[in-house]
Design a protein around this ligand. Sequence first.
Ligand code: GDP
Ligand code: IMO
Ligand code: MG
Length: 420
Amino acid sequence: MKVDVLLGLQWGDEGKGKVVDVLTPKYDVITRFQGGPNAGHTLEFDNLKFILHNIPSGIFHPGKINIISNGVVLDPIIFKREIDNLRNKGFHLRDKLFISKKAHLILPTHRILDAASEASKGDTKIGSTLKGIGPAYMDKTGRNGLRVGDIMLNFDAKYAQLKEKHEKLIKMYDFEYDLAEYEAGLKEGIETLKQFTLIDSEHKLNDYLLQGKTILAEGAQGTLLDIDFGSYPFVTSSNTICAGACTGMGIAPGKIGEVYGIFKAYCTRVGSGPFPTELFDEDGERMRDQGHEFGSTTGRPRRCGWLDLVALKYSVMLNGVTQLIMTKSDVLSSFKTVKVATAYKIGDTTIDKFPFELPQNLQPVYKEFPGWDINLTAIKREEEFPDQLSNYISYLESELNVPITIVSVGPDREQTIVRK
Ligand code: GDP
Ligand code: IMO
Ligand code: MG
C-alpha cells in the first residue's frame, strides 16, 4: 500500500479541509504532516461548520484513525481549545486521534517571539498568523525545541530553560508582553495532551501500510508558501510540498501514491508578499464577497485575483501531482469573462516559468474565457456543467497535463462532483 497526499497548489485556503473530509471514507488513516495552527481547514456538513487548526480533517467519519505526525508543530493551548469545542458538540477524539512524540511544541514564548519579530519588521512584515510557527520551527532546526514526547518527563524544567532563552531574545526586540495568561493555558493544554495516546508515528504509519491500510496525508498551507520554493521570504516555515510529506511522516518517497493537488478556480492570498494576478478592482471585491474570502484562522480579508497558470504549473511540477481538484468554481458564476494568466511580462521579456523573484513591474499576460452565468451550487453531475465551465476545465487539463478529477461547487460535503 502507498500513502496518498492531498496538498494546496496556491497560497493556502484552497479547500483542503473540505476535500479531505469528502475523501476520508476511502481511507483508514488521515494524517497531518506539517504546519500547525496557522492552518484553518473548514468543513461543512449536515448544517454544521467546523474550522480545524491542529487536528486532521478525517475526524468526522466514524472508525477512522487520525494522526498528528512528526512534521507538525503543535500548540497545546489551541489543541485543548479545539478538543473542548469538539467534545461540546459531541465529537470525542481520544480513541481516534494519536499524536507523534516527535511533533514539536509551540510554546507561549514562540507566539510572543513571532509577534515581536513581525512588529520589528514594520512594512516588510510577513503577515504571519502570529501563531508562533516561525520561532517553533527555528527552535526545531536550531536544535533547541521541545517535542510532544518531552511532556512525559521533567517538562517544567525543560520549559523553564527554553523560556529563559526566549526571554533574552524578546528583550532584544524591546517588546512588551504578558506571559501569565498564556502560561496558565499551557499547563491545561499539556494536561489535555497527556490524555491522548502519544505514538512513534513513523513506525505506526509504516506498519499500517504493511497491514494493507490506506492512508491519506493532509497538507497545510500551499506550495507557494513552501519554505524552499514559495515566494520567499513571504512564506511559512515548513516544506508544504509533497517531499515534506515524506519527512513529515517518516514515509519513503517510493511509498507515496496519488498526489492530489488542490486549487481554487481563481487565486487568493492572505498576508504579505507578491501576488502577480491580484485584483484591486470590482472583480476582486466580487470574488471576496461571493467566495467569503476571509481568513479561517485570523479573519483577515483575503487578497483575490485570477488563476495563475505560471504558478500552477510550477506547483504541479514540484509536487508530482497525479490528480487535480478544482474548488470554488461556483464563485466565478457571476463573471461575464474569466481570465487566466499564461505568462509574465517583466519589462520587454516574457517568461512562462515561475522566477526567483516576482518583481513589482511584473505584468501577467491573460487569456480570456467566457464565464458560466449559472448557479452551480445545486449541480450533482458533471453532465450538468455549463459548456463554458467544461471548456475552462479542458483548457486547464491540457495546459497542466493532469486530469481534474474533482470539481467543488460549494462549501458543503455534498457539493462535490467526482468526474469520470
Ligand atoms: P483550507 O485551508 O484549504 O482547508 O481552506 P479554508 O477552509 O481556509 O478556506 C476555504 C473556504 O472555502 C472555506 O470557507 C470553505 O468552506 C469554502 N469552500 C471550499 N470549497 C468550496 C467551494 O467549492 N465553493 C465555495 N463557495 N466555497 C468553498
Ligand atoms: P491553510 O492550511 C493561508 C500565511 C500567512 C503568512 C505566511 C506566514 O489554512 O491553507 P505563518 O503564520 O505560517 O508564519 O505565516 O503564511 N499562511 C497561510 N495562508 N492559509 C494557511 O493555511 C496559512 N498558513 C500560513 O498568512 O502570509
Ligand atoms: Mg485555511
